[in-house]
Write a protein that binds this ligand. Structure first.
Ligand code: UTP
Length: 296
């Protein structure tokens, strides 16, 4: 039996230009969503799916991420002395979460290039990639389902989500064939940010992938594509074109809640949605929100 998958890679080295100036001195993955940085939700999701070996691919300003998952002795002892046990627990939560590793990307040459930086750490086994600014609501299962499909098919599995046709030009978009499972499709083609009207479907690629190690050799040979960046989509297309390389590419169609915190509007929606659902904030926030909306 194959060894269960245990490694997750979180690319977090992008420039975050859509969020300037907030991201001038801080990675966008550290922007707080209610009271936790976006990347903590992503690490929690990986751990929840059984992947406790987490490699973060960092860029400039990497220390903020590194520090967040490390111990802060002065803060811990101050909280302890003041008897603030609950706060101490919250602070320690991110420290004990996973077995964290870091690698630098150097220049942000694209998502494909960031994934390639994980090669030494991952070695010759399948692994998951979770984009550090993409939050999947913990109440809606995605990664666990993708791992199940990977195990069953021995293939690459990507996450797809139906989006409005007016939005497809912002995503990688898949051409697909149905399988005998309602939420699983066979991916026959992929196009990165297609021009409006030329998209092969409304199924957009979202930030979760389970990749076979063969992807590294392909990425090594992948020339810069759209935007001068080494695109993961181009490597996935090579894998989708030839099932003999690593079993082809399947898509799990996700119908749950997802928040793209790298986009300003989605970031605001994420905070409002997650906060209204929280037992400590929701009861005060919901009536205020209703009044506010009524006054618009
Ligand atoms: P994005 O395209 O959303 O990131 O990449 P970006 O380039 O930082 O965003 P904008 O458009 O300038 O605002 C998706 C994910 O891939 C990572 C990003 O950190 C993000 O999690 N990424 C992207 C890298 O790690 N390295 C890269 O070279 C590019």
């Amino acid at each position: 039996m194959a060894k269960p998958l245990s490694k997750a890679v979180i690319p977090a080295a992008g420039l975050g230009t859509r969020f300037l100036p907030a991201t001038k001195a801080m990675p966008k993955e550290m922007l707080p969503v209610v009271d936790k940085p976006a990347i903590q939700y992503v690490v929690e999701e990986a751990v929840d799916a059984g992947l406790s070996d987490v490699l973060v691919v960092t860029g400039r300003n990497k220390t903020a991420i590194d520090n967040h998952f490390d111990r802060v002795y002065e803060l811990e002892s101050t909280l302890e002395q003041k008897g603030k046990g609950e706060m101490l627990r919250v602070v320690n939560e991110s420290t004990a979460l996973a077995d964290m590793h870091y690698v630098r990307q150097g220049d942000p040459l694209g998502l494909g290039h960031a994934v390639l930086r994980a090669r030494m750490h991952v070695g010759n086994e399948p692994f998951a990639v979770l984009l550090g600014d993409d939050i999947i609501d913990a109440r809606d299962e995605l990664l666990k389902r993708m791992l199940e499909v990977t195990e069953a098919k021995g293939a690459t599995v990507i996450a797809l989500m139906e989006v409005d046709p007016s939005m497809t030009h912002l995503y990688g978009v898949a051409s697909v064939e149905a399988t005998d499972e309602d939420d699983v499709v066979k991916v026959t083609g992929l196009v990165e940010k297609p021009e409006q009207g030329s998209q092969p479907s409304n199924l957009a690629v979202i930030g979760r992938y389970v990749l076979q190690p063969e992807v590294f050799d392909i990425l090594e040979k992948t020339p810069p594509g759209k935007g001068g960046e080494i695109q993961l989509t181009d490597a996935l297309l090579t894998l989708a074109d030839d099932d003999s390389i690593a079993g082809g590419v399947y898509g799990v169609v996700f119908r749950g809640r997802r928040y793209d915190t790298g986009d300003k509007l989605d970031y605001i929606k994420a905070i409002v949605q997650l906060a209204t659902d929280r037992s400590d904030l929701g009861p005060d926030l919901r009536p205020w929100l209703k009044d506010f909306v009524a006054g618009l």
